[in-house]
Design a protein around this ligand. Structure first.
Ligand SMILES: C[S@@+](CC[C@H](N)C(=O)[O-])C[C@H]1O[C@@H](n2cnc3c(N)ncnc32)[C@H](O)[C@@H]1O
Length: 211
């Protein structure tokens, strides 16, 4: 969803964007799919969440050029690791370069391929502290089903674009219907406590309840 450029610039000032992230943003803006970039304020929230959760194990589904991955990786606890799932070889290569420039290659792996198949390879135990889902929208129900059982108690799943440009209010197309149904399912899911924030294009936080 487009946002007022003046407001975006103002919010970016308060998002702790350093030169590394500013360069990633500048270079990503030159790509045809620039609209997929996570917004600086939203990505900064990921750093803070990772720190609050003392995250040692984090997952990102949909990495693009690595802006969000850099922000998550920066918030990890000592020895923490972020596993990214990205289907595009081209974007994965750009993300790897950007993570290297940020000095974060020691703590981030990018797994190339369709996320749903690769998520199934993760250990079945509840071990994930923080997960960020920001990929193909019709895949969200499968990502949710794969990730919630793997969240440790108190772990948090963040889903981006859960408002889908407000189309969930009166869903007509398949993506909007899928997202609207998932929003209802999350709200009714006893395993998590959740909130759908009106930030960016809708950001849902789902926290795994203690047993
Ligand atoms: C909105 S962008 C991600 C933005 C990124 N999180 C950031 O911080 O800038 C969505 C990404 O998901 C990837 N993607 C789409 N379908 C996917 C799938 N089935 N598995 C893994 N990645 C996928 C796209 O190639 C794209 O890079």
């Amino acid at each position: 969803m487009p946002r007022d450029p003046e407001l975006t610039a103002y919010l970016t000032r308060f998002a702790g964007q350093d030169e590394v992230l500013a360069r990633v943003e500048r270079e990503t803006r030159l790509l045809p799919n620039a609209g997929m970039l996570s917004r600086p304020d939203q990505a900064a929230l990921l750093t803070i969440l990772a720190r609050m959760l003392d995250a040692k194990t984090a997952v990102e589904v949909g990495t693009f050029t690595g802006y969000g991955a850099i922000c998550i990786a920066r918030g990890l606890a000592d020895g923490g690791r972020l596993t990214c799932f990205e289907v595009s070889e081209e974007f994965a290569a750009i993300a790897r370069r950007n993570l290297e420039a940020a000095g974060l290659t020691d703590r981030v792996d990018i797994t190339l391929g369709p996320a749903v198949e690769n998520l199934a390879q993760l250990p079945d135990t509840p071990h994930i502290d923080l997960a960020y889902v920001d990929a193909d929208k019709t895949g969200y129900p499968a990502y949710y089903d794969a990730l919630v059982p793997r969240l440790r108690p108190g772990g948090v799943l963040v889903l981006d674009n859960t408002l889908l440009a407000n189309r969930v209010l009166a869903p007509e197309d398949e993506r909007a219907k899928t997202m609207a149904a998932l929003n209802e399912r999350i709200a009714a899911d006893d395993r998590v406590e959740s909130v759908l924030l009106g930030l960016s294009d809708g950001v849902t936080l789902a926290r795994r309840r203690e047993p």
